[in-house]
Write a protein that binds this ligand. Structure first.
Ligand code: ADP
Ligand code: MG
Length: 291
């Protein structure tokens, strides 16, 4: 996380003024957001339609590398749609049409020469409800890598991925005995994270990854996200504003207007969004007045 500087604002008394000076002592100055010079992902004028229904309106968003970015906003504002557009997952839904660009490593992933299967491999996704395959723990992690023709030691890859997902110690004796479905909800979600890590992604997208979990399992996933952000770019959707405040470096607030088209209202450092939102709609949302 960035620093919030403490600063004392000196009283300024205008000559001849009878007003008492306004003295504010020790109020943290809002952190100053630096421009994201080399974004891991740059969303440019992204619009999306489900059949005739438009769901996203010209979203522009730069996502910093090796940070956690959260997408927040009321239900139906397009958070999941925007997240899925970052790895072309929406195209698995019939009649979806996308306009605009998503630039990853200097390449527009919507360029017709780009293979969406390759995109989905380098940009992993974890869903709201843990969805392990009905296979052993080992196979859950190895599956994707094997399909991709992984040439190294599968045992090592499985161990490394499970360690990175903070699950290894809990499952190491059951790797080939136990089904992924036999794990607890929190363990299943960490298994899904291990499965995503096993295909060596650069980016991990998580759509409300804790919403089906209890507070302790949630805490473990949050700790894991922070740990993973040392190496990976992470984008999460969350309806839990405390979660965004706890883990995210930057937060994007989305809202669908009367036309039901989801738009980006405000984007900035998480501290700034939560302590000094610039847009009255952001303020209304974070103070719980709607959504
Ligand atoms: N598969 C789909 N087909 C048609 N409309 C969809 C589909 N998925 C989402 N939508 C619509 O797109 C809008 C945004 O949905 P979504 O991205 O799921 O929002 P959020 O994740 O913020 O709750 C909503 O109006 C929703 O009904
Ligand atoms: Mg959603």
């Amino acid at each position: 996380m960035h620093h919030v500087t403490e600063e004392t604002i000196e009283p300024r008394v205008a000559a001849g003024s009878s007003h008492p000076p306004r003295v504010r002592v020790g109020i943290p100055a809002p952190a100053v957001d630096e421009p994201i010079e080399h974004p891991a992902i740059e969303v440019r004028k992204l619009s999306l339609w489900y059949g005739p229904k438009r769901a996203l309106g010209e979203i522009d968003l730069k996502i910093a590398a090796k940070k956690i970015t959260s997408l927040i906003g009321p239900s139906g504002c397009g958070k999941s749609t925007l997240l899925r557009s970052i790895n072309r997952m929406n195209e698995l839904i019939p009649r979806v049409r996308t306009e605009g660009e998503v630039i990853v490593d200097g390449v527009n992933i919507y360029d017709r020469r780009v293979d969406p299967v390759v995109v989905r491999r380098s940009i992993g996704m974890v869903f709201q409800k843990p969805n392990p395959f009905p296979k052993t723990i080992y196979e859950n992690v190895a599956f994707g890598a094997r399909i991709n023709g992984y040439g190294g030691s599968m045992d090592e890859l499985v161990e490394r991925s499970l360690r990175q997902a903070a699950l290894w110690d809990e499952v190491k004796d059951d790797l080939k005995k136990k089904s992924g479905l036999a794990l607890s909800g929190g363990q299943q979600q960490r298994l899904c994270i291990a499965r995503a890590l096993a295909t060596s992604p650069d980016v991990i997208l998580m759509d409300e990854p804790c919403s089906a979990l209890d507070p302790i399992a949630t805490q473990r996933i949050e700790d894991l996200m922070v740990e993973l952000a040392r190496e990976y770019t992470i984008v999460i959707v969350t309806h839990n504003m405390q979660q965004a405040a706890r883990v995210a470096d930057r937060t994007a607030f989305m809202l669908a207007g009367d036309d039901l088209v989801g738009r980006l209202v405000e984007y900035g450092l998480t501290d700034q969004i939560f302590t000094s939102p610039r847009d009255s709609r952001t303020e209304a949302y974070i103070t719980g007045r709607f959504g």
